[in-house]
Design a protein around this ligand. Structure first.
Ligand code: OSB
Ligand code: MG
Length: 369
């Protein structure tokens, strides 16, 4: 393979409902799509950076600059034996995994299409024909509103509920949710809103038999998580902390977590997501696929990723309609009545692009190469 053209497009899509985490409230997404062309075929990727540098250090504008100035020039025109070659070509760039991962994932999609196979097969997945799905529910204006949202998602068949927490919206709210829904698979995600000074406060969450507490402490601090995990019964799941395969090794060695959330962009694409997956699997640590409010391309890539064998827990990959009035792919991503998404057999990521719609919501476009 050899890429002769890379097209960057920034699209703007309003969310059906705002999404609030401990770090911000999002009403509308600005998403970079990466189209790569080579050997007469095109592949597509989606950059998962947010609109501001509050989840991690990247945001849409930084990702555009890095892709334009540093990632694309390192990959354009280079001979690629496989999509695995993209990560080492961009490894000289420190961080910026989501920008690098958007292009890397596009090359995997391209390679799958060149071979005429689905993306899930190209990455070595297909351990299951349907992936188990949960939902992530943001911080609401009232507990009643949260109850309502949970009811809707359970009625739709989703297999587990993740609720976002932050100081002032945590122990009491989780207690009320648990009282109202005693038997559901429930977990909480703090997005780094606490410190070790909150240990006693967080220990109260042990009363609610949560599946896990996701990323309670600092986004770069594996050691503090290990100290906290030793004092909690509830397993910690790391999200923000795991940016490389080596972080996964270190977190497991330090007993900082019992579960890992793998996000394609956060670890710079499929090659490293697979490595994190393999490291966790060898250590007996289950993983699940996280989400970043993706549009259809990123969503479909997540479905492929979640078909690897150690993705045994329901992830945050859910139906398009939870976020979008109209998605950029056809058909939209849909779930079964029992909360799964079926793999598709079309080559590449498995859905058709709605190019007219993409064009109509593009706010910035540049062709490189
Ligand atoms: O921490 O998992 C997270 C969304 C934006 C930023 C961070 C996170 C999230 C989610 C949403 O929880 C998951 C989804 O895409 O449904
Ligand atoms: Mg998270």
């Amino acid at each position: 393979m050899k890429l002769d053209r890379i097209t960057l497009r920034q699209i703007r899509m309003p969310l059906v409902h705002f999404f609030e985490t401990s770090f911000s409230r999002t009403y509308s997404r600005d998403i970079i799509l990466v189209e790569v062309s080579g050997d007469g075929v095109t592949g597509w990727g989606e950059v998962t950076a947010g609109e501001n540098p509050f989840y991690n250090e990247e945001w849409t504008t930084s990702a555009w600059s890095i892709l334009h100035d540093y990632v694309a020039p390192r990959v354009l025109g280079k001979p690629l034996q496989t999509a695995e070659d993209v990560f080492p070509l961009t490894a000289h760039i420190r961080g910026h995994n989501m920008a690098r991962g958007g292009l890397e994932a596009a090359v995997w999609d391209l390679e799958a299409r060149i071979h005429g196979v689905p993306l899930w097969r190209q990455i070595g997945g297909g351990a299951r024909r349907e992936i188990p799905c949960g939902v992530s529910i943001g911080i609401q204006d009232s507990v009643e509103q949260l109850f309502e949202k949970i009811e809707v998602e359970l009625a739709a068949g989703y297999q587990r509920i993740k609720m976002k927490i932050k100081p002032g919206w945590d122990v009491d709210v989780v207690r009320r949710v648990r009282e109202r829904f005693p038997a559901i698979k429930l977990m909480a995600d703090a997005n780094s809103a606490y410190t070790l000074a909150d240990t006693d406060h967080l220990r109260q969450l042990d009363d609610f038999y949560l599946m896990m507490i996701e990323q309670p402490l600092d986004h770069h601090d594996i050691i503090d998580h290990a100290i906290l995990q030793a004092k909690l019964q509830t397993p910690i799941c790391l999200d923000e902390c795991i940016r490389t395969a080596h972080h996964a090794e270190q977190a497991i060695m330090a007993r900082a977590c019992g579960i890992i959330n793998i996000k394609l962009g956060r670890v710079a694409g499929f090659s490293q997501a697979k490595r994190v997956h393999d490291i966790a699997q060898a250590a007996g640590i289950p993983v699940w696929c996280g989400g970043m409010l993706e549009a259809g391309i990123g969503r479909a890539h997540n479905v492929a990723l979640a078909s690897l064998p150690n993705f045994v827990l329901p992830g945050d990959v859910s139906a398009s309609q939870r976020y979008w009035k109209r998605d950029i792919i056809q058909p939209a991503v849909e779930t079964t009545p029992y909360g799964t998404i079926a793999l598709r057999d079309e080559p590449g990521f498995g859905y058709a692009l709605d190019l007219d719609f993409i064009r109509s919501i593009t706010v910035r476009e540049e062709v490189l190469g």
